[in-house]
Design a protein. Structure first.
Length: 359
């Protein structure tokens, strides 16, 4: 079984979501087994390039064991390892300060069937496979238990959100948008909540004919965030359209770039992206939550490889709105996270009775 999303969900537990939207828990066993990461490869850009779908506090989580093994081979083919001897590569991979590196070298060389002096780039594909298997064994792969999570639906998340420990939050439907912002920030900064919100957004995309995916789902994701926090915006699939609804229907204030703060909504130039600001680091760098990664991540208002942000929107102080109703959606799966901003202006609205004309 191959999974499309994963996150740490407790002590020695990782929750996975499969291609049908069902959830499974891998619990106990070794950390490498729980993460489908037989090489204990650190999370980050390299792991993401190898198909990782999440991470714990330090290591990447892969969609299946095959992907984790392939990542080991890919790592040893990079310029950091390929021109080293097997001994030199293992000493770099598992340095003596943290490992018995000589014993590691002996075990891997025996499994691969070559002297420790063999240059890594001379390995055959079969030897790279044996290298990965040897590392899997030496890193302590040990199976635990795996089970389905029964009855986990978005409604359960919303119930948990209503039990939020945030003090003095008015009842749902009686809050002003401004009063909902602390909960909105909390949801955006929590990995588990982000995964649930993305699941709701992906199901909305599927219901409207785009597949269970995060591609083109920036507005659907932010809609789900806003609704979960008690802000009754209609589910919307276009970034520009959602920005207009916040401005025109809910009277959110337009904020200049550089003055943004946590809880604001960023709107990229050309309406090609919309996102939630979770935290600011000065006038440019932010931590945001959106459809592009399974965790809160960094973005710069000025761009830095992404589309620059044109302006921000901020909830006004003075009026409350009832929360919009939710729709049930069915499940499917396909390619999930986009890597770049996407123009969503051509998407049609969700199929609801309160659908408005595109504008």
């Amino acid at each position: 079984m191959t999974y499309v999303m994963a996150w740490s969900s407790g002590v020695k537990a990782v929750t996975y979501k499969d291609q049908n939207g069902d959830e499974w828990i891998r619990q106990g066993g070794s950390r490498s087994w729980r993460n489908f990461n037989p090489g204990n490869i650190s999370k980050g850009s390299f792991a993401e390039s190898c198909g990782s779908i999440g991470g714990d506090t330090r290591f990447a989580i892969f969609p299946d064991e095959h992907a984790g093994l392939e990542a080991i081979g890919t790592l040893f083919k990079t310029k950091s390892y390929r021109d080293l001897s097997l001994e030199g590569a293992i000493f770099r991979y598992a340095p003596p300060g943290e490992n018995d590196s000589p014993a590691y070298v002996r075990a891997v060389a025996k499994k691969v069937g070559c002297p420790p002096s063999t240059i890594v780039r001379t390995f055959s594909e079969q030897q790279f496979g044996l290298l990965a298997e040897a590392i899997k064994i030496h890193e302590g792969w040990k199976a635990g238990s795996e089970r389905a999570v029964d009855g986990v639906q978005p409604a359960a998340l919303l119930a948990r959100m209503d039990e939020s420990p945030i003090a003095a939050v008015p009842a749902r439907g009686e809050r002003s948008d401004k009063q909902c912002i602390p909960l909105l920030i909390q949801l955006g900064g929590d990995v588990e909540s982000l995964h649930r919100i993305q699941d709701i957004a992906a199901k909305t995309m599927k219901k409207n004919g785009y597949g269970y995916t995060m591609h083109n789902a920036c507005a659907a994701t932010l809609s789900a965030f806003l609704q979960a926090a008690g802000i009754g915006v209609k589910t919307t699939l276009g970034a520009g359209r959602l920005a207009r609804r916040l401005r025109d229907e809910r009277h959110w204030d337009r904020i200049s770039v550089g003055d943004q703060e946590a809880g604001d909504v960023g709107v990229a130039a050309g309406d090609v992206h919309i996102y939630l600001v979770v935290k600011t680091e000065g006038h440019d760098e932010m931590t945001i939550a959106d459809n592009q990664k399974p965790t809160p991540h960094s973005r710069f208002a000025s761009g830095h490889g992404k589309t620059r942000t044109a302006y921000f929107l901020r909830a006004p102080e003075d009026h409350a709105h009832p929360m919009a109703g939710r729709e049930s959606v069915d499940e499917d799966a396909q390619d999930f996270y986009p890597s770049e901003d996407e123009d969503t202006s051509g998407l049609t609205e969700p199929l609801t009775e309160d659908t408005v004309e595109n504008g």
